[in-house]
Design a protein around this ligand. Structure first.
Ligand code: FE
Length: 214
């Protein structure tokens, strides 16, 4: 398991949840406001769910997919991504809060990267949007470190036994995105077609890109 730095005395962490997993005060306020708005008939919970789903699954991760597809097709871009991921990602227009320092970690034959935030839910917002519920769960946050292979298997991802799994613990200062391996048989595809193969989960390391029909 690889750590950018160990969780220790000098580990600074902006908690969206406190160490006991209780919702933060802003989180509680948001829930209270949502409840009031629903009760007064001002918002439809289904519409709210659709908005959240959109940020979790479409708007945010589509940015990350562009970064991945560019890395797959442009060796110079991949080099810039290795040298300074934050700058290379900003080249494509993705920056801002939650993306002040992003590190792209590359999967390769025999190496698989997995991202977690063991203390709360730090996540690279400009490239992946909002974290999914499972990413914020206590079960994922602990098991990803203790038993990454088992967690991956639960998500339907079975890796060769000799593949090294590197677990990266996100913080408010450093957040990670996985650059998955380009699927076989995609040599003829362009950037947009490739981006469509890149799933959100594959950029957290909890999945693989979609395969193409042979
Ligand atoms: Fe965190």
């Amino acid at each position: 398991m690889a750590h950018d730095e160990p969780h220790g005395a000098h580990h600074h962490h902006d908690h969206e949840h406190d160490a006991h997993g209780l919702p933060s005060e802003p989180d509680l306020k948001v829930r209270a406001i949502e409840t009031l708005l629903v009760e007064k008939g001002l918002i439809d919970p289904a519409a709210l769910d659709a908005i959240v789903d959109s940020y979790e699954n479409r708007i945010g991760p589509r940015n990350g997919a562009q970064v991945v597809a560019r890395a797959w097709t442009d060796p110079d871009y991949r080099e810039r991504l290795r040298a300074d991921s934050t700058a290379a990602i900003a080249e494509l227009g993705y920056s801002g809060r939650g993306g002040e320092h992003i590190v792209a970690v590359e999967n390769a034959p025999g190496v698989h990267n997995l991202i977690v935030c063991t203390l709360c839910s730090c996540y690279p917002w400009p490239v992946l949007g909002l974290p999914p519920t499972w990413y914020k769960s206590a079960a994922y946050r602990s098991r990803a470190v203790i038993d990454p292979r088992g967690v991956l298997a639960d998500f339907g991802v079975t890796l060769p036994a000799d593949t090294e799994i590197r677990v990266w613990d996100s913080t408010s200062e450093i957040r990670y995105i996985v650059i998955p391996e380009r699927p076989a048989g995609t040599e003829h595809l362009g950037v947009e077609e490739l981006a469509a193969l890149v799933t959100r989960d594959s950029m957290v390391g909890m999945g693989l890109p979609k395969a193409v029909a042979a």
